[in-house]
Design a binder for this molecule. Structure first.
Ligand code: FAD
Length: 365
């Protein structure tokens, strides 16, 4: 998020400093599954997904870096009639907004796209062939190098420890080594954003929560153009990665926290689901696993906008920040330049929780 924003701000000719306590791209982004989709339930998220696909399709022209954007599609598998009805409404909205290629499918159609799926209990599916997967590293460094080429400075291994204030206004940040004065500061600290917000005396409703991903060796017969497939009811998902399979699932029992150790026992819970939904996965050898942090908000929508005079935020993406970053960086940079954002971002107002005006995103995984 920070690298995207730096890129678009630098492109406006602004002087930008990115301050990261570690190395850029090593936070939540490093753990992410790379999914890019327009199949959301909320208008603004659909629009962001459409725009993200457009940006990533011509990423090399924009930044000089290939985004490794593979438009293999996103296939949602739906179990209950309620899920099918909700996804039907979402598909209608997506099509009205211009996602022309999204379709509803029968369970048999879904099985034709991903051989081996067990579809006996499914009520339906949706599929958008232009959704897909991009490379988190490629996109992060594409933006970062593009920003650097336009004069942005990156300070890594430099934790922000506090904010500088002039009256009510934020006028910079403090690190262990120096004070950096700047008229505008943006918190893009992913799952750690509430910690950083606390340095401003704010209590931001962004909770880190562990998510795990497992990777297999080559799986014979699994096509590299197989879609990102999501069993919505259980949240079990998988997609091709190299010649193997990348898969994961949310753990409803996990407590919020910053633990990123791998719990190998969880693999048994995923494989129990896979055995019922996509048994071919059990033929592959799991070769590695990692864990990262989601950054959840109560309505699974991000906080984007001004926090205090001189301070902004773009965080709390609830598991969708990678795909939204190429668009949020652009829109927020336009907003910070004194214009208005190119879309109505009021749904994401950081102070909405106090006002109780929430519009949750339903298609969260
Ligand atoms: C397992 C998993 C799968 C996911 N799959 C997808 C997916 O398929 N598609 C998708 O769109 N999203 C996915 N996500 C979510 C996505 O990874 C995040 O929404 C996104 O990466 C957030 O980007 P970010 O830049 O806001 O945060 P981060 O990448 O976490 O970057 C935040 C940065 O802030 C720095 N920082 C923190 N505290 C400080 C401080 N005090 N001072 C200075 N720097 C600080 C950190 O070092 C870090 O580099 C997934 C997440 C996980 C964990």
């Amino acid at each position: 998020m920070g690298c995207s924003l730096a890129f678009y701000l630098a492109r406006q000719g602004r002087r930008v400093i990115v301050v990261d306590r570690g190395r850029i791209g090593q936070g939540a982004t490093a753990a992410c599954a790379g999914g890019i989709r327009a199949q959301f339930s909320t208008e603004v998220n659909i629009r962001m997904g459409m725009e993200a696909k457009r940006v990533l399709s011509r990423f090399v022209e924009e930044t000089g870096q290939n985004a490794d954007f593979r438009q293999v599609g996103y296939l949602f598998l739906l179990t209950t009639d309620e899920e099918r009805r909700r996804f039907h409404d979402a598909v209608e909205l997506q099509r009205r907004m211009g996602v022309e290629d999204v379709v509803e499918l029968s369970p048999a159609d879904a099985r034709a796209i991903v051989p081996g799926l067990e579809t006996g209990d499914l009520s339906g599916a949706t599929f958008c062939p232009t959704d897909g997967i991009a490379g988190p590293n490629e996109v992060t460094y594409g933006f970062a190098n593009g920003a650097r080429a336009r004069g942005a400075i990156f300070l890594e291994e430099t934790p922000v420890t506090g904010f500088l204030k002039s009256g009510d206004a934020v006028c910079g940040v403090r690190t262990d080594w120096e004070e950096i004065r700047c008229p505008q500061t943006v918190i893009c600290a992913g799952p750690w954003s509430a910690r950083v917000g606390a340095m401003l005396g704010l209590s931001l409703p962004i909770q880190p929560s562990r998510r795990q991903i497992f990777m297999t060796d080559a799986l014979r017969g699994f096509r590299p153009d197989s879609p990102m497939t999501i069993d919505f009811h259980t949240s079990f998902y998988f997609h091709p990665e190299g010649d193997g399979v990348l898969f994961g699932m949310s753990d409803p029992d996990i407590e919020p926290g910053e633990d990123t150790s791998v719990d190998w026992a969880f693999l048994y819970r995923i494989t129990a689901v896979a055995q019922r939904r996509w048994p071919p996965l059990l033929e592959a050898r799991v070769k590695t696993a990692w864990a990262g942090l989601y950054e959840n908000t109560p309505d699974f929508q991000p906080l984007i906008g001004p926090l205090q005079p001189g301070a902004w935020i773009a965080a709390g993406f609830s598991g969708h920040g990678f795909m939204m970053a190429p668009v949020v960086g652009d829109w927020l940079a336009a907003w910070m330049a004194g214009g208005s954002p190119p879309a109505d971002l009021s749904l994401f107002a950081p102070d909405r929780f106090g006002r109780g005006s929430l519009h949750p995103e339903a298609n969260v995984v």
